[in-house]
Write a protein that binds this ligand. Structure first.
Ligand code: GLN
Length: 282
């Protein structure tokens, strides 16, 4: 590739699309990466692109294309991902926030107003869930835990960057370092069956943190542990909301002890897959 032939953003985009033809979204990927190389938004690139690009931006874009071609996720290349109402910093130590997880955030916001209460997020990753909630509900006291100190560092950086004052971050393996009781516990736990490791997209398998993806017991291990232990950390009548895998609804329903939980329901995501468990404690 010679820089001179690529100096026009329009041509660079066309070349990028070709190079990324194996991606599910080559055009979108190329646009985001070119905008990132230019230090402008994708909207600006599409509506009002500079007519020519300097060599260093061209080189940067080529480097991004090479990385993407090797399946590195776009969000790790740009270091950011939009989720709910904010843009979060991401890196290889945190799961990239998924749009289906916005269902959990929206449901919690629909269920509870901005009145003083305590909420716990188990497995905070980038912090996308607790921070999104904190920004909408400043009167809540939110605790976010993660087993990974690297993930927590990223979550704390996001909390600071987005000015979420009412979230505290604690390193904890599930509930091990959690104290007290909460009105609501939420989690987007790992729920992919370990045995599916060889069958999932390389973008995910080779780049995202395995401890954020895989669980034992056919992918149900973490959900089971949360269902078992969360009652000890919930106030009477408290709620537990947990994201689940698309095919896990019936297995999860089977794990629910009706002597402990009073109400159980499931919500579908926008693709029509059962995605969210909502359980109310007696
Ligand atoms: N809570 C974070 C998210 O939803 C991380 C979840 C995880 O690592 N499994 O993106």
């Amino acid at each position: 590739m010679e820089a001179a032939t690529f100096a026009e953003p329009r041509e660079l985009l066309a070349e990028g699309r070709k190079i990324l033809s194996k991606s599910h979204t080559p055009a979108l990927d190329a646009e985001i990466l070119l905008a990132h190389a230019l230090g402008i938004s994708r909207e600006k690139l599409l509506l009002n692109a500079p007519s020519r690009m300097g060599d260093s931006a061209v080189q940067l874009f080529k480097n991004f294309l090479e990385r993407r071609k090797k399946s590195e996720p776009v969000a790790y290349i740009t270091g950011k991902k939009d989720f709910y109402e904010s843009t979060f910093r991401v890196n290889g130590s945190v799961l990239i926030p998924r749009p289906e997880t916005e269902l959990l955030v929206e449901t919690v916001l629909d269920m509870f107003a901005d009145e003083p209460m305590r909420l716990l997020d188990v497995g905070a990753g980038s912090g996308c869930i607790p921070i999104s909630l904190a920004l909408e509900r400043p009167r809540w006291r939110i605790t976010a835990v993660d087993i990974s100190s690297y993930a927590l560092e990223t979550a704390m950086e996001n909390g600071k960057m987005l000015d979420a004052a009412n979230v505290e971050f604690i390193q904890s393996d599930f509930f091990d370092s959690v104290e007290g009781r909460f009105d609501v516990i939420v989690s987007n736990p790992p729920y992919i069956d370990e045995r599916e490791r060889d069958f999932i997209m390389p973008d995910v398998r080779d780049y995202e943190p395995p401890e954020a993806l895989f669980a034992e017991n056919g992918g149900l291990g973490a959900i089971e542990k949360l269902l078992e232990e969360s009652p000890r950390y919930l106030n009477p009548g408290g709620a537990f909301l947990c994201e689940i895998g698309a095919g896990q609804k019936e297995a999860v329903r089977g794990m629910i002890d009706s002597r402990i939980w009073k109400t159980v329901s499931f919500l579908d995501d926008l693709a029509g897959h059962p995605r969210l468990l909502i359980a109310g404690l007696k």
